[in-house]
Ligand binder design. Structure first.
Ligand code: AMP
Length: 216
């Protein structure tokens, strides 16, 4: 099974993807994680995209498509996976069209889109309170899901940090970019693929339960 997890920044795509991937043996491919990793490792790609990520704008379609083509192609060669789960991609119509071409080439298909709906106020609240472990990437929230010790990851003891793009000015920019460039991508898929809309403001376990229900 191949899935796309769709929704605005802060809608819980990453959290739900982590849960769903185990159940269906999917490789979780988060474009944001791949890009942040490239920045941390100071690769050529990382140097190119660092300031774009910090600003909340989108990296160019060409760079993202090349990255994702490799990531998707690798899954096909790895017997431990039954498919992939895309998180944070495609984010523009150009990327959706590029993905169509990549999948036609690799003779693969998207099985369904899972769309997480969350209102703007809740997104701002979630993103501004989010803290991420520098080591294992586990996500906490200062109010809703705080760590036992301030600034320290419960799971691995790593330091918790606020993502640079989770600061208030950048959050506004990312939500603007989502509305202008990413939201229209849904129309590209509607009528062609199953598109499952889920209320992303429900408790985390309930969101997972509903996703599993529509995918069953
Ligand atoms: P995310 O972790 O999905 O919120 O992504 C963090 C940042 O990475 C975004 O604000 C963009 O700068 C960049 N990024 C992630 N995915 C994409 C994509 N599909 N296209 C372009 N830029 C992306």
């Amino acid at each position: 099974m191949n899935l796309v997890m769709f929704g605005p920044p802060g809608s819980g795509k990453g959290t739900q993807a982590e849960r769903i991937r185990n159940r269906y043996r999917l490789r979780h491919i988060s474009t944001g994680d791949l890009l942040r990793d490239a920045v941390a490792r100071k690769t050529e790609l990382g140097r190119k995209v660092e300031s774009i990520l910090a600003s909340g704008a989108l990296v160019s379609d060409d760079l993202v498509l090349a990255l994702m083509r490799d990531a998707i192609a690798q899954v096909g060669n790895d017997a431990q996976y039954a498919g992939w789960l895309l998180d944070g991609f495609p984010r523009t119509i150009g990327q959706a069209e590029g993905l169509d071409a990549i999948l036609a080439d690799l003779k693969q298909e998207i099985g369904a889109l899972v769309v997480l709906d969350v209102k703007r106020e809740a997104l701002v609240d979630r993103l501004s309170g989010r803290r991420t472990c520098t080591q294992c990437k586990t996500v906490f929230h200062v109010k809703v899901n705080p760590p036992q010790v301030d600034g320290v990851c419960d799971k691995c003891g790593g330091a918790l940090v606020q993502r640079e793009d989770d600061r208030p000015e950048t959050i506004a920019k990312r939500l603007e970019v989502y509305a202008a460039q990413t939201q229209p991508v849904l129309a590209h898929y509607r009528g062609r693929l199953p598109v499952h809309e889920i209320d992303g403001e429900l408790p985390v376990d309930e969101v997972t339960r509903r996703i599993e229900c529509v995918l069953a």
